[in-house]
Design a protein around this ligand. Structure first.
Ligand SMILES: [Zn+2]
Length: 89
């Protein structure tokens, strides 16, 4: 748990598709602590991180969307690096 994959369909540096491995830390909030909203309403969280193009070895910034819920909040997202093609979620 904690590893998610992100596909960049068109790299701004080389134009190729890259797949990155992300480490996503989520804070599990106990359901009984949520007073205001008992429903599990998913939020779309916009995250911007630096990625390194493996072909040109240059950094670029990309914004992507992750989903969290009121009891499963995204705390920290870090880019672990490039993921190999056969790596699964
Ligand atoms: Zn690239």
């Amino acid at each position: 748990m904690g590893t998610e994959y992100l596909e960049i369909p068109k790299c701004p540096r080389c134009g190729d598709r890259h797949r990155y491995k992300l480490k996503v830390e989520r804070a599990i909030v106990m359901k009984w602590l949520i007073m205001s909203d008992m429903r599990e309403r998913p939020h779309r969280v916009r995250i911007t991180r630096l990625f390194t193009c493996p072909s040109k070895n240059e950094d670029f910034e990309a914004t992507f969307i992750l989903t969290d819920t009121s009891s499963n909040r995204i705390k920290e997202v870090s880019v672990l690096g490039i993921a190999s093609e056969n790596e699964q979620d």
